[in-house]
Design a protein around this ligand. Structure first.
Ligand code: 0SG
Length: 209
């Protein structure tokens, strides 16, 4: 059962600030969605994302009035951690989480755009590879790139992936893609805003794990 498309990200205000509570509520549905993909190979990805979310939530819950937006968290941690920052705390967790979100953004956009491997139209590897190259590959050393290759072999068929996006129900492809496009509107704006925030605060790091 997927709650992904049912749980839209909020529209951002004019200043493009991201409300921490709303963001945490929205990303909290990702782990359950990853479970719907059906292979244990994805559990490593799920625990990474759960770890990121838990860390951000842990900071937020210490003082919700202080950390109303994600920018408040980054600015507070910059003050608190000095030269250790940004490779620390919720800033580091969000740095990685946003890459996972960018991966999902590119993957869903590619599916919505109808990109396909013409010889294997029921595979989504073209879209997954595009997402990986655009969001994650440069941050991965060769061992993690091998994990990605293993995950690629376990990737669901297009039909199963679309079914997972439709709460396990058989829904016409075009209908699912309409929902994907709707979901992508606020989701993409949010992911872009988080990337821009990291750039403007000079918080982005480009080491590989
Ligand atoms: C259709 C499905 C297709 C799936 C294809 C999968 C593609 C991705 C495969 C990559 C597998 C990656 C597994 C995990 C890798 C992690 O090592 C990296 C780095 O992790 C960070 O390392 C942690 O996230 C940080 O945690 S923190 O919260 O404590 O801050 C921290 O530990 C950091 C190291 O710290 S440091 O040394 O800097 O001090 N993680 C990633 O690369 C993110 C992977 C996200 C994948 C998202 C895929 C979503 C799939 C959804 C499908 C719709």
């Amino acid at each position: 059962m997927s709650l992904l498309l049912d749980n839209q990200f909020s529209e951002l205000p004019e200043d493009r600030s991201v409300d921490t509570q709303q963001f945490l509520d929205a990303v909290s549905h990702l782990p359950a969605f990853i479970d719907c993909l059906g292979s244990k190979v994805f559990s490593v990805i799920k625990s990474d994302i759960v770890g990121n979310i838990t860390k951000i939530r842990g900071v937020y819950e210490k003082d919700p009035q202080r950390y109303v937006t994600l920018r408040h968290i980054l600015e507070a941690e910059r003050e608190e951690h000095g030269s250790e920052w940004p490779k620390v705390g919720a800033t580091l967790a969000l740095m990685w989480l946003k890459r996972g979100l960018r991966f999902i953004q590119i993957l869903l956009q590619s599916l919505a755009d109808g990109e396909k491997d013409e010889n294997n139209p029921n595979l989504i590897r073209v879209s997954i590879n595009k997402a990986y190259d655009g969001a994650l590959k440069r941050y991965h050393g060769w061992i993690v790139q091998k994990i990605f290759k293993a995950a690629l072999l376990a990737a669901p068929y297009r039909s199963d992936f679309l079914k997972a996006l439709s709460k396990g129900e058989e829904v016409a492809e075009e209908e699912v893609l309409v929902n994907v496009r709707r979901f992508l509107v606020n989701f993409s704006v949010t992911v872009d805003a988080i990337y821009d925030m990291f750039t403007s605060l000079n918080a982005e790091l480009d080491y590989a794990v």
